[in-house]
Design a binder for this molecule. Sequence first.
Ligand code: FES
Length: 152
Amino acid sequence: MSEDGLTTIGQEFKGERGDLIPILQRAQDLYGYLRPDAIRMISRWLKISENEIFGVATFFAQFRFHPPGQHHIKICLGTACHVKGGEQILTIATHRLGVGAGETTADGKYDLDRVACLGCCALAPVVAFDDKIYSQMSVLKIQRILDGQKID
Ligand code: FES
């Protein structure tokens, strides 16, 4: 781990307990996830046990504890998408990838996440695959995406 990046982040804060969440956010931005060695350093800076930091971080869905996958799949389960079958799409993706929401496949290829709204409810159900939004998603369409097929 490059301690320089974390040291630079540390210089932006006073080192108080209240700095924990923004420091964790900055550490995650730096490495893509909360590395154990980063948590250890933050623990020493803020004089907060690693267990407590882990406990706080797991409360927030935004924090990751594993390296991000190559591709990011976000299944929307906001009200509009839920009503139009978002749960079934998540179930298919979960079975196909062998991981649950918030996890990364063993080969590091895909992250699977559920989100509350992707901001385009009129197109529900919606799935984001990396930076592309797929509208009016269906069970068939998500399978085709996971098979690497192009869909409109
Ligand atoms: S609820 Fe799915 S895009 Fe808004």
